[in-house]
Design a binder for this molecule. Sequence first.
Ligand code: NAD
Length: 361
Amino acid sequence: MIASPPREFSYEPLPGRVVFGAGARHRLPEEADRVGIRRILVLSTPEQRDTAETVAASLGDRVAGIFPRAVMHVPIEVAHEAREEAARLGADGFLAVGGGSTVGLAKAIALVSALPIVAVPTTYAGSEMTPIFGITEGGIKTTGRDPRVLPRTVIYDPELTLSLPASLSAASGLNAVAHAVEALYAPDANPIVSLMAAEGIAAFATALPQVVRDPSDLAARSEALYGAWLAGSVLGSVGMGLHHKLCHTLGGTFNLPHAETHAVVLPHAIAYNAPFAASALARAARALGVSDARDVPGALYDLAVAVGAPTSLAAIGMPADGLDRAAEIATRSPYPNPRPLEHDAIRTLLQNAFDGTRPVR
Ligand code: NAD
């Protein structure tokens, strides 16, 4: 079928090398050589310190030190401490082993030092593929884009995701699906990004239920991580809309957990946009195995239920009396979205997400 209206787009691929495969972590020494890192600072959360040390062990005396204090949303105080540690050790690059919080900390250091990051992601959040950073100061998270924070090399090793608990895997996977679905209707969408987005959704739709059934299934873990790479790539390439805005608001203002908030809000945000993004969402429908774009919100809700992810904001700590404020913040300033931002309809969307009702056509 010939595209109608005629195609029109611009596309600027991001630089960055990706090494993917079971056991790929063992290629870290050659990848560090390729980037030219001689004194690497290893970053992790406290819980993943052992994993990070094990991954970094193959680097031998090129490990300058470890900073195992990454936490969610990159508080500025932690960023300062990590920057000071990097300077004290004379680090010439960073190894981030972990999820979005750890990669986010590496980005906060690279932002001021312009030193290279090698990322070894262990969740499906996708930060490793984006030039987007976020730093939280005084309870407010500021985000921005800077090419210096885009990891130089990303090593995806599904064996490192085997330990990600089923509940975190489910929420993190839906977080990634959210990047891919919103990429399909992004104002700057382009054919490559849309191919990657649809493939990413399909990978998760197939793999995530199996990951949750059997977290030790390496083939399913590999397919989910492949989806995470695709979803992270599109997140880094095109602008996100209402869904990401709502999640940013809910996470920042009400301190709701990042991945779980994405899992809950996604079906409702897409239900809001669906009538205005029918052809873009037709690709999501195919990827999810439903025949009509209008069934995408319901299919996303069913996927969340199938993988045991939370389906209501009430269940993840949202106060009922915060919904008005959330609607107000999310509609305060304009941003690109297929459907214009209508305060009352967004308030209804938030109520539905709070109650956890399944969206219908
Ligand atoms: P996270 O990095 O906070 O990880 C959650 C928890 O899971 C941590 O305790 C971590 O140690 C643990 N964990 C991670 N991988 C594990 C594994 N394989 N086995 C066992 N435990 C594991 O969570 P996240 O959802 O990956 O990242 C969320 C953060 O990333 C948020 O701050 C979000 O804003 C940010 N983010 C940024 C971007 C971007 O492009 N800048 C994109 C996505 C997310």
